[in-house]
Each structure stands twice: as structure tokens, then as C-alpha cells.
Design a protein. Structure first.
Length: 168
């Protein structure tokens, strides 16, 4: 009588099936990783853009704080209000429509918001923003809530993703 040597065809097929299911799982994991990496990239871009707008707002209000020497707080002019430059919702790629911007630097506000909107639209897909003025702890400056929304339809039921921050 002969003894069997080697593997049977069934054993080989079972091992190939196990290997194939493992490789398919690895491919699905890689695909999901790429999707999440892109979403994380968009979120970091939104955070950078929010910090950029915060810096622009602070830079335009710094001269008003510098004038706080011996002048009464009530006598100081308010810095320009960036919330008066909403994004044009009908054509978001166009410059924001700035109305009734306080301060002698109001022309800078329109320029800053236009440049920032162009940067926002260029870096995030279908990006929109809402800059709302909220009550400040001091009457000397404005406080804002910035909401940046963009299209992130990578497997989500809701394709819009938002980033919200407070600018003081």
C-alpha cells in the first residue's frame, strides 16, 4: 500500500480561498484609508483657512487696540466689522458683497474677504462660509463665529461637512 504524500487539491483550494478573502479585506481597508485621508486633509485645510481669516481680522483691528492709550474706551472707533461681508450665495466664486462696513479701513475688509474667499473656493470643493457676529466680552472689538462648509461626498449619506470656530 502507498502512503499519500503532499497536499490534496481540496486543501490547496481552501488555503487559496482564505488567502483571497484576506487580500480582499486588505484592499477594502486600503480604499477606506484613502477616503478618510482625503477627508482629514479637507478638515485640516478648513482649519488653516479659519486661522488665516482670524489673522486677517486681528491684523485689521490691531490699530484700534494700539489707540487705547489715554483715550476713553467709548471714544474709540470700532474696528471694521467683517461679518458685513457675506459670501455671495448665487455666485460663490465672485467677491463677497460688503455692506455698511464700519471704520476707516473698510476698503481693506472687502479686499481681505475677497482674497480669502478666492483661497477658500480654490482649496475646498464647493466651499461656502458664514461669518456671524456674536456678542463680545468687550465693546472694543467684534467676536465672530465662522462656519466653513464643503462637499465631502466620500461615502457619506450627508455630503456636506462643516468646520466651526470662534474668532476673538
Amino acid at each position: 500500500m502507498k502512503q499519500q504524500q503532499g497536499m490534496s487539491l481540496i486543501e490547496v483550494m481552501v488555503s487559496v480561498a482564505i488567502l483571497a478573502s484576506g487580500l480582499l479585506g486588505l484592499a477594502a481597508l486600503q480604499s477606506r484609508s484613502i477616503v478618510m485621508n482625503q477627508s482629514a486633509h479637507y478638515r485640516s485645510v478648513a482649519a488653516d483657512l479659519a486661522a488665516d481669516l482670524a489673522d486677517r481680522i486681528r491684523a485689521n483691528r490691531s490699530p484700534y487696540f494700539a489707540m487705547d492709550g489715554n483715550i476713553l474706551q467709548a471714544d474709540l472707533p470700532l474696528p471694521p466689522n467683517f461679518a458685513n461681508c457675506p459670501q455671495n450665495t448665487s455666485t460663490p466664486d465672485s467677491a463677497p458683497t460688503c455692506t455698511a462696513v464700519n471704520g476707516h479701513q473698510s476698503y481693506l475688509v472687502a479686499t481681505e474677504m475677497s482674497e480669502w474667499n478666492t483661497s477658500l473656493r480654490g482649496q475646498l470643493p464647493n466651499a461656502r462660509y458664514n461669518l456671524a457676529q456674536v456678542a463680545a466680552s468687550s465693546a472694543a472689538f467684534y467676536r465672530y463665529t465662522l462656519t466653513i462648509t464643503w462637499a465631502d461626498d466620500r461615502g457619506n449619506a450627508n455630503p456636506d461637512t462643516s468646520y466651526v470656530t470662534v474668532i476673538e
